[in-house]
Design a binder for this molecule. Structure first.
Ligand code: IVH
Length: 667
């Protein structure tokens, strides 16, 4: 392709990519698959590589990769970024509406048109587009002057580098304002990673977003999944607006993401309804909001109303109840979860936080207690974010009397009395029949890849455990049809089906039983390894640590876990009862010399003929392996419909990608 043709194609590709970004991020309705999108990006990158002078800063390939800055420059906002005054009650909000009418000399019965929006708890930024191209981005700062964070804002995928001009041309200059935030899920994930690497945790999503945006190295920002909703403008040249609603819709048509929950409300009554509706949704939103913002829709009226001090008269933030509160810890208890982990829980004097009465809060683990130095009797600051369990933010040490009692988790399970072993930061109960764990263990035991007992689902398990018909795993094999038929929503026929399924599970073989027992660190694959090595449950029961360690793929962690498990008397009894019930422990040989012997597969996308598990079983039955991520060791990536990032990774590494049909032929 010659330079002129390349130039034309590059422009076409950029426009196409921008448009697909808009469909994906703003309208939330993509028209092409990830793979097709990647192809466009690769084509563009390829052409730009061949013709470097054609690279422009607004190309979608140029979001990341800028070198770190020494410091941020400052940016003066053309129009100051104001802040909002708050209301906290319905009465105060009604008074806001009355005040507006008084100021405008309107009749008090008249309804004002408002736009109601969610108030995101992130940080405000301003982005400038000149001729439709992003030129500068800054933080709010003190409202007059902020920091130049252009390079960082460019890494946020939901901020377009180029405005969309399909609906109307880009204005000569657009200063657009919005709130940068982190979704709750991403915030938790970020903190989890920081905890792993021993870094300081962010106190809340807002701090995490601010910390991520104010990085001198844009490559760090690029790794944080920041997002944005735009909610207004600064100076605009080359486009006039009548209403704020018009502003929001036009921003959206230019590809600037606005919040889909925004609503046009005729009269303050509608605003109050909106506030209540959003309040009910608050816990289920993906991001933190701390209220709703109410704005007069007419820009002419906004102008007439003006501002007092640094807040406009035409808008308010109608805040929700705060998510934090203080209370006293009455005692600290250890609770046993379904997986046997002992979790310290603070029992507190009830306190209302964000509309909910809170009287208990997780303290996570012993390390967390030690780090925050939480003691029974302490006054603490409690926080509730999203729908998560309330957390202790910090101890109010100034309120200490000296009577507070430090806490240590017990080394025995408070429910069943078995040893509680320390694993990383957790203590875990080792008793196989611990009632707290029983339901989860049954679920695992009966699951398809373990003993595969069809019909023994969550509902039935609940009843069996609650009615004390099953007190340990082996009891499953001593159930009678009469007992099952007497349970809720069970008929004679369904009870018989369950009995048949339980019977059928007895012949699944040693490796499945070993996996089904739920021994820590012993997954499906390790179950197979142990079964192959020891061949018999009795041999495995009496295996010594050295023998285990000599086994291929068995490290000290697994070895100790296996030894510990089989050394508990209860667990030994369980094995005997399973055997007495008729469970057979032969090794079911998996094909050792199959035609895909030793080949490593990764599955991605949706397969038409099989589920992932079925495909995995088939591959293993002819000697292959399936792993979850692509690496140099992968032999084939099987790409079903809408393959994801794994296919992309495979391309990068030069791993062979095959279609489902090719895969079927291979098998
Ligand atoms: S409008 C004069 N709309 O709240 C209008 N602000 O105290 C000023 N915020 O700094 C802003 N969501 O960071 C507006 N939908 C929204 C908002 C919003 C969050 C933040 C913004 C601003 C602060 C106002």
């Amino acid at each position: 392709m010659d330079k002129r043709a390349a130039d034309r194609r590059i422009k076409e590709l950029r426009e196409e990519i921008n448009y697909h970004n808009y469909l994906y991020y703003v309208l939330d309705s993509p028209e092409i698959s990830d793979a097709e999108y990647d192809r466009l990006m690769q084509q563009l990158a390829g052409l730009e590589k061949a013709y470097p002078p054609l690279i422009t800063t607004d190309s979608p390939t140029q979001r990341v990769g800028a070198p770190p800055l020494e410091e941020f420059k400052s940016v003066t906002h053309t129009i100051p970024m104001l802040s909002l005054s708050n209301t906290e009650t319905e009465e105060e909000t009604l008074e806001f509406d009355r005040r507006i009418k008084r100021f405008l000399h309107l009749h008090e019965e008249m309804g004002i048109e408002y736009v109601a929006e969610t108030k995101l708890d992130g940080l405000a930024v301003e982005v400038v587009y000149e001729g439709g191209i992003l030129t500068v981005g800054s933080t709010r700062g003190d409202g007059f002057t902020g920091e130049d964070v252009t390079l960082n804002l460019r890494t946020i995928k939901t901020i377009p580098l180029n405005l969309i001009k399909r609906h109307e041309p880009a204005p000569e200059r657009l200063e657009v304002r919005g709130e940068v935030f982190l979704k709750l899920r991403d915030f938790r994930e970020l903190n989890r990673k920081r905890e792993e690497s021993g870094g300081q945790l962010f106190a809340n999503p807002r701090n995490a977003a601010a910390g991520s945006l104010r990085q001198l190295n844009p490559n760090i920002t690029a790794k944080r999944p920041l997002d944005i909703f735009f909610y207004g403008t600064g100076e605009v040249r080359g486009r006039r607006f009548e209403t704020h609603w018009d502003v929001l819709n036009t921003l959206k048509s230019w590809g600037l993401k606005t919040n889909p929950l925004n609503r046009l409300c005729y009269g303050i009554g509608r605003v109050i309804e909106y506030y209540k509706e959003i309040g009910n949704m608050r816990d289920s939103l993906e991001y933190e909001i701390d209220g709703v913002v109410v704005k007069v829709n007419s820009l002419e009226l906004q102008d007439r109303l003006g501002a007092v001090a640094r807040s406009p008269r035409w808008a308010i933030a109608y805040k929700f109840e705060p998510r934090q509160g203080t209370t006293k810890i009455l005692k600290i208890e250890a609770h046993v979860g379904r997986t046997g982990i002992l979790t310290p829980v603070a029992i507190m004097e009830p306190v209302r936080i964000g509309g909910v009465t809170v009287s208990r809060s997780t303290l996570h683990n012993q390390d967390e207690i030690d780090r925050k130095d939480v003691r029974a009797g302490d006054w603490v600051l409690i926080q509730r974010a999203g729908d998560v369990i309330p957390e202790v933010v910090k101890v109010i040490t100034s309120k200490r009397t000296g009577e507070e009692i430090p806490y240590r988790l017990p080394d025995r399970c408070p429910v069943c009395g078995s040893d509680a072993l320390k694993e990383d930061v957790y203590y875990r109960c080792t008793g196989i029949n611990c009632p707290a764990q029983l339901k989860e263990r049954i679920r695992h035991f009966a699951s398809r890849r373990a003993m595969d007992i069809e019909g023994l689902g969550e509902k039935l398990t609940e009843q069996l455990v609650d009615k004390r018909l099953v007190k340990n795993l082996s009891d499953i094999y001593y159930l009678t049809k009469g007992q099952i038929a007497a349970l809720e929503r069970m008929a004679d026929k369904s009870a018989q089906n369950i009995i048949d399924a339980i019977e059928a599970s007895k012949g699944r073989g040693l490796s499945r039983v070993v996996f089904a027992l739920g021994i820590r660190h012993v997954g499906e694959h390790t179950g197979k390894v142990l079964a192959q090595r020891f061949g018999d449950i009795e041999r495995l029961l009496s295996a010594r640590e050295e023998e285990l360690l000599e086994t291929n793929e068995i490290g000290p962690e697994i070895a100790q876990s296996v030894i510990k498990f089989f050394s508990q008397d209860d667990n030994k009894k369980e094995i005997k009862r399973l055997r007495d019930a008729g469970i057979r422990f032969p090794i079911i040989q998996t094909a050792r010399e199959g035609k895909l012997q030793g080949k490593v597969f990764v599955l991605t996308g949706t397969l038409k003929s099989w589920t992932r598990d079925e495909a995995k079983e088939r591959i293993e039955s002819v000697g292959g392996h399936v792993t979850s991520s692509v690496s140099e060791n992968t032999d084939f990536v099987v790409a079903g419909e809408e393959p994801g990032s794994k296919a992309r990774k495979a391309k990068e590494l030069g791993v062979k990608i095959i279609t489902e049909d090719e895969f079927l032929k291979m098998l």
